[in-house]
Design a protein around this ligand. Structure first.
Ligand SMILES: *Cc1c(COP(=O)(O)O)cnc(C)c1O
Length: 421
């Protein structure tokens, strides 16, 4: 059975128009061979060009000191312009709607300062049950910060399937049930545990119809699927860049603010880098925001953090997120079929079956439970097959179209069968 999948994988890899992108990445080694790396949903691999990009900035700093702001190979003063088109490409946004800054959770707070404006009548935030802890902590603390009680202002929508997924009908019902009290709907583009993809345009439409602001957490969406944030009409979105965006541990994060808020007079927490660029260096006392997402910047950006993002976005633009998605759909479907056929008696795929409702990731629930699941996960790791573990019983594997091959699934099939036999 495994042999059939091996032959099919060889054919698919040979015909893959994106296959050469793998050579642009460092693949970690295991016992003298490439690891089987399925962890791009957690920490994407390092592009080979990243090292030189960092060395260039260090050299320009050494050579030029402060003059690197204007005379560097990639001058630091307008450096954000070098990532603007790439961010717009992966976010499906206008260039003026995106900015690279801070970290995901910090950006989520900054966005809530502007877009979570609770009143006595309308104090509530709607999120998914089982949200990533940082998002939940951020939302809860914002509710308390405004003097409200999370016990009745934090509304969590429970999954409506054993797999942990949440259907659009259930989301719509929750929005409708709480429509008079909702200040904000905060929803993931791709849920981190189940891998489920959500219909962002529809959620934004329903949230707005209920009178709420709508924001998206795209930690697992950006670089995974083509996003169409502008058309989806979200008020804001946030993401990190170390997962599918391959920009390194703790990479600088990103933020989207819809064009209709470009000149908003909503409150915001301000810093000098959000000030109108034309007059920023007049160093005046009054804050005049630069129009668009850049108006939410606080500080001058960390160039050593932007350099890896610039390298990564260049790869995404050359590969093209639409072509990547096409390969990703085919590859994840191939993995799902192979895992179900070979390992289906032991593993349940809890990620939705419909390719439109999932991205790269497959979440595999180990039927035998936590102990056996954890032992399987550790067995795979010892054999150089790197996924990640989510309590209590889920192994996540995320083949990514930039550097994974169809054939990478074979190591998983072989080692998991050997262990479970
Ligand atoms: C990865 C992830 C985070 C991480 O937050 P940081 O601020 O980057 O540490 C937050 N939320 C979600 C949904 C994530 O997947």
């Amino acid at each position: 059975m495994i042999d059939t999948f091996q032959q099919r994988a060889a054919t698919l890899d040979a015909a893959d128009p994106l296959a050469s992108f793998r050579d642009e990445f460092h693949i970690p080694q295991h016992a003298g061979n490439d690891q089987t790396y399925f962890c791009g949903n957690s920490l994407g691999l390092q592009p080979k060009a990243t090292r030189q990009a960092l060395i260039d900035e260090l050299d320009d700093w050494a050579r030029l000191g402060v003059e690197g702001h204007f005379r560097g190979r990639h001058p630091w003063m307008p450096y954000h312009e070098f990532v603007r088109a790439g961010l717009a490409h992966v976010a499906g946004a206008l260039p003026s709607e995106v900015v690279a800054m801070n970290s995901l959770t910090a950006n989520l707070h900054l966005m809530m300062v502007s877009f979570y404006r609770p009143s006595r009548e309308r104090p509530a935030i709607l999120i998914e049950q089982g949200a990533f802890p940082s998002d939940r902590y951020a939302v809860e603390s914002q509710i308390r910060f405004h003097g409200f009680d999370p016990a009745d202002c934090l509304i969590e929508v429970a999954p409506d399937a054993d797999s942990g997924t949440i259907s659009m009908a259930t989301i719509a019902r929750a929005i409708d049930t709480h429509r008079d009290r909702l200040a904000l709907v905060l929803w993931p583009g791709v849920q981190y545990r189940s891998g489920e993809v959500h219909d962002l345009a529809e959620i934004a439409r329903l949230g707005h119809a209920a009178g709420a602001a709508v924001g998206f957490d795209l930690a697992h969406g950006i670089g995974n699927l083509p996003l169409r944030l502008h058309d989806a009409n979200a008020d804001f979105a946030v993401w990190c860049s170390y997962k599918y965006l391959n920009s390194g541990p703790g990479a600088i994060a990103g933020c989207f603010v819809h064009e209709r808020h470009a000149r908003t007079d909503r409150p915001r927490f301000a810093g000098w880098w959000g000030h109108d660029q034309a007059t920023r260096f007049k160093m005046g006392p009054d804050f005049v925001p630069t129009p668009g997402a850049e108006g939410w910047q606080l500080s001058n950006p960390p160039i050593l953090a932007l350099a890896p993002l610039r390298v990564s976005l260049d790869i995404f633009q050359r590969a093209d997120i639409t072509r990547l998605r096409k390969k990703s759909k085919a590859m994840t479907a191939f993995y799902a079929e192979a895992i179900e056929t070979v390992l289906g008696t032991h593993l349940d795929i809890v990620t939705p079956r419909d390719p439109e409702r999932r991205g790269c990731q497959l979440s595999l629930r180990v039927r035998a439970g936590r102990e056996r699941g954890r032992a399987l996960f550790e067995h795979l790791e010892r054999h150089g097959i790197i996924g990640d573990w989510r309590e209590p019983d889920v192994i996540r594997v995320s083949p990514t179209p930039l550097y994974n091959r169809y054939g990478d699934v074979l190591a998983l099939l072989r080692e998991a069968s050997a262990f479970l036999a």
